[in-house]
Design a protein around this ligand. Structure first.
Ligand code: SF4
Ligand code: SF4
Length: 303
C-alpha cells in the first residue's frame, strides 16, 4: 500500500491550477482544521506499522518545521525506499538537503525551461525547480523532475527542452503526469488534453534517448492498456486534516474529497477497517481499466 500524504496545504508558490488548492505561504488567512504534531505522529505510526509506503506531499511538506520533523521521524521508522518526498525546493537549506538524503526519492515539478512564460505557474517557478534538482543530483540524491501535460507544456519543443535540461543536469528521472480537472484547476477545462493527444505525446516522449529515465504516471499507462486504477487497492491519499481518500487527486475546488472518494479519518479510525470498508462497500476492491477520477468527472459534468 502506498499513501500520498499531504502534510499541509500551504505552499510558497500559488499555481493557479493547483490540485490541492494550496494556500500561498505569504497569504495564510484561513486554514481548515489541520492535524497537530502529535496526531500526525499517530498517523505516521499507523502507516509504518501497516507497512505503507509514504509520499510526503502538500503544499510543501518541508515548509513547516513540525512537518519537517514528521518526515525526519519517518526516516527513523521506515526504510529509505519506503519514503518519497514531493516538495518545491524553495528555501532549500542545508538541513533540508541532509534530510532528503535519507529518503528514497524526491520529486520537484518543472514544466518549462527557465525563462519560459507560463501563466499557470508563478515567475521563478521553473528556475527554482531546476536549481534544486541540479543540487540534489550533484549530491547523489535520487530525484525526479515532474511535468504535467497541458497546453503550456505539451508542445514538442518544450518537452525536448525540458528533457535536454534534465539530462544536462544529470537528473535521474522525469515523471510525466496527466492533468486532472480537480482542485483549483476544476474549471480550467481548456487545460485538459484529449486521450489521443496524450497517447501521441507519450509516443513522442518514447523517442527521447538520454541520461534521464522517463516514467509515465500510471493513469497515462492506463490509456495504453498497461495498467489499472489502484485507488484504495494499492494506494490512498491523506489530507492535512487526516481525511483518507481513495485517490490523492480526487479533490474538488475546495480541496475536499470528490463524492464517493472519502474513506475515513486518521488517526481516530481503524486503518485496516478503512481499507476493508472501501473494498467491500465502496467498490474499490477491483482494479478498473479506467481512471476513476476521469469517470467521475465525465459523469458529473454540469450540463
Ligand atoms: S501545484 Fe504544487 S507548487 Fe503549485 S501551489 Fe500547488 S502544491 Fe504548490
Ligand atoms: S483514480 Fe485515477 S489517478 Fe487515482 S489511482 Fe485511479 S487511475 Fe490513478
Amino acid at each position: 500500500m502506498y499513501a500520498i500524504w499531504n502534510l499541509t496545504n500551504v505552499c510558497p508558490w500559488n499555481c493557479s491550477f493547483c490540485c490541492m488548492s494550496a494556500v500561498g505561504s505569504k497569504n495564510i488567512t484561513h486554514q481548515t482544521k489541520l492535524l497537530n504534531f502529535d496526531e500526525k505522529m499517530d498517523v505516521l505510526r499507523i502507516l509504518a506499522s501497516n507497512n505503507v509506503k509514504i509520499d510526503f506531499s502538500g503544499g510543501d511538506p518541508l515548509f513547516y518545521s513540525d512537518d519537517f520533523s514528521i518526515v525526519e521521524e519517518a526516516t527513523k521508522l521506515l526504510p529509505k525506499e519506503m519514503i518519497d518526498v514531493s516538495m518545491t525546493g524553495v528555501d532549500f537549506t542545508q538541513r533540508k538537503l541532509s534530510l532528503v538524503k535519507k529518503v528514497g526519492k524526491v520529486e520537484v515539478s518543472i514544466d518549462n525551461p527557465p525563462g519560459t512564460l507560463n501563466k499557470f505557474r508563478p515567475a521563478g517557478f521553473n528556475i527554482s525547480a531546476i536549481a534544486v534538482l541540479e543540487k540534489m543530483a550533484k549530491e547523489g540524491i535520487f530525484c525526479s523532475g515532474v511535468t504535467t501535460l497541458y497546453p503550456e507544456t505539451v508542445k514538442k519543443e518544450n518537452l525536448l527542452a525540458v528533457y535536454e535540461l534534465l539530462c544536462e543536469k544529470k537528473v535521474p528521472k522525469w515523471n510525466i503526469l496527466r492533468y486532472y480537472l480537480v482542485g483549483r484547476g476544476s474549471n480550467l477545462s481548456e487545460l485538459e488534453l484529449s486521450e489521443e493527444e496524450l497517447l501521441r505525446t507519450m509516443d513522442f516522449l518514447d523517442s527521447f534517448k538520454g541520461f534521464t529515465e522517463i516514467a509515465f504516471q500510471h493513469s497515462l499507462r492506463i490509456l495504453r492498456g498497461q495498467y489499472r486504477c489502484h485507488a484504495a487497492n494499492k494506494s490512498i491519499g491523506i489530507l492535512p486534516d487526516g481525511i483518507v481518500i481513495a485517490c490523492g487527486w480526487a479533490l474538488d475546488g475546495n480541496s475536499r474529497p470528490l463524492r464517493g472518494f472519502k474513506l475515513g479519518k486518521l488517526p481516530q479510525d481503524d486503518f485496516g477497517g478503512i481499507i476493508e470498508r472501501a473494498k467491500n462497500k465502496l467498490g474499490y476492491g477491483e482494479c478498473k481499466n479506467v481512471c476513476r477520477i476521469i469517470s467521475y468527472l465525465k459523469e458529473n459534468t454540469p450540463v
